[in-house]
Ligand binder design. Structure first.
Ligand code: NAD
Length: 311
């Protein structure tokens, strides 16, 4: 479906704002950008130049900076005609609340205001927004011009119609949208990353491993599989022919062992059924063997890539 969003404003052009700008440019969008730190203009132009040789390999169309990109001297000028405003200021609830208020006062009343926040609740940051129905979270992953995932999160006052519009827009610029059922701090992906991060910090703190050991523990094992399958489908295969049901039977008791500092939920039949049925659905009727072949072929190709790009 075609998106009605043509004019975009990007507010805050640090790491993430820059990533968004590059993705928007290569998708032939017109953008007005604003950052109170004028030094960021230089950094942005440098970054656009740096990624050009790489992005030529995946984006078919070239960008035309003169026609597509405009630096605004004020927030008001940047947002006044925008259909979508992508906010990328620092992760601070009060700062975002006030910035979103200001954006909402100067923008068209039905423009989408999308915050790139990594985990703040949209209900909180929309509290001072004029027409808060249009405030959404659109949480991307660095580097935004290459990684497709964007989590879309509605707050209590958000109207679903803005999530639907955003869904079409981000899908049209090559992204994989993940619409959350309910808002929660850290959303989905960062909660998963954060749990591993916290565990890693415990391990480091107690002297069990180096940062290199922990990175190798991911890079050469689970990380390779994760590029293709998430935790649930991966563990479904770990259960052999019986899939997730056998996996739970074998490793269910380990949830009581001190394998993590995080407290696991009780593995009751309701939770078991949810994850067995969930992985069954994910498998799309393919057998464990069939999925294993798919995974193995993928892992071989991926390891070739790893040796080519490894630092
Ligand atoms: N870095 C990541 O990997 C990552 C990933 C996903 C989401 N995010 C989120 O994106 C947002 C930006 O993070 P970042 O890593 O790009 O930060 P950053 O520090 O690189 O950039 C922040 C930019 O905001 C500007 N800024 C400061 N005050 C402002 C204001 N009042 N109005 C407009 N701009 C202002 C700064 O000058 C700076 O250029 C945060 O909400 C963060 O949680 C970050």
């Amino acid at each position: 479906m075609k998106s009605s969003i043509d004019n975009i404003a990007v507010i805050g052009i640090g790491v993430i704002g820059t990533g968004w700008i590059i993705r928007f440019l290569y998708n032939q969008k017109k953008i007005k950008v604003y950052d109170p730190n004028i030094e960021q203009k230089k950094n942005l132009l440098k970054e656009i130049k740096r990624v050009e040789p790489t992005l030529k390999k995946i984006y078919k169309k070239k960008i035309n900076l003169l026609k597509q990109l405009e630096f605004s001297k004020s927030l008001k000028d940047a947002v006044k005609n925008a259909d979508l405003i992508q906010e990328n200021a620092p992760e601070n609830e009060n700062l975002k609340k006030n910035l979103i208020k200001e954006i909402s006062e100067h923008s068209k009343i039905n423009s989408i205001i999308a915050s790139s926040s990594s985990g703040l609740l949209p209900s909180k940051i929309q509290s001072k927004c004029k027409n808060p129905k249009r405030l959404i979270i659109a949480h991307p992953f660095n580097p935004v011009y290459l990684l497709p995932l964007v989590e879309l999160v509605a707050g209590k006052q958000t109207d679903k119609k803005f999530i639907n519009k955003a869904n079409i827009f981000y899908s049209n610029i090559g992204m994989k949208t993940l619409i959350l059922k309910k808002e929660l701090p850290g959303y989905l992906s960062d909660r998963l990353q954060e749990s591993m991060w916290r565990e890693s910090l415990h391990i480091i703190n107690e002297g069990y491993a180096s940062t290199q050991d922990l990175d190798d523990a991911i890079i050469y094992g689970p990380g390779l599989r994760w590029s293709l399958m998430g935790t649930f489908l991966t563990f479904h295969l770990a259960g052999g022919k019986m899939g997730m049901a056998h996996m739970l039977e074998q490793f269910g008791p380990a949830l009581k062992l001190p394998w993590t500092k995080l407290k696991a939920p009780a593995l009751n039949s309701k939770l078991k059924n949810k994850i067995i049925n969930g992985t069954k659905k994910q498998s799309k009727n393919r057998s464990v063997e069939n999925l294993s072949n798919l995974r193995d072929n993928f892992l071989i190709d991926l390891q070739k890539l790893l040796s080519k790009y490894k630092v």
